[in-house]
Design a protein. Structure first.
Length: 116
């Protein structure tokens, strides 16, 4: 049982060999900061209209909290979370890499896809 999913390794290999085919996009928060007020409103309304059943309840809850006269966490916090931008500066992160396991998993995946 490999720790790396074969589709993740395949994606990494594709990205390495087809670097110009993969579009690098800015975090959503960065793109939103470039929009004017009318564009932000249009963005929100189109987002809701594309997936109304999934988004509308959450959108209404967020609006209720933002429009509340009470000091809520959302009202008093600076900015908002952006999962497209990676972890926040205050988040504790740690990386560990077991090179032998990585090598073995990549080898298993390559053998699986490259040998008939």
């Amino acid at each position: 049982s490999a720790l790396w999913c074969s589709h993740v390794v395949a994606l990494c290999l594709f990205r390495i060999h087809q670097a110009t085919s993969v579009c690098l996009r800015a975090p959503v928060s960065e793109s939103l900061s470039r929009l004017r007020r009318d564009q932000l409103q249009k963005f929100a309304q189109y987002l809701i209209s594309y997936l109304p059943q999934q988004i509308l309840p959450t959108a209404q809850q967020i609006l209720d909290e933002l429009l509340s006269s009470q000091d809520t966490t959302m009202n008093t916090a600076y900015g908002a979370p952006d999962p497209t931008a990676g972890p926040s500066a205050s988040e504790q992160t740690s990386w560990s890499l077991d090179e032998s396991t990585l090598h073995a998993n990549i080898k298993k995946t390559l053998v699986k896809f490259c040998i008939p």
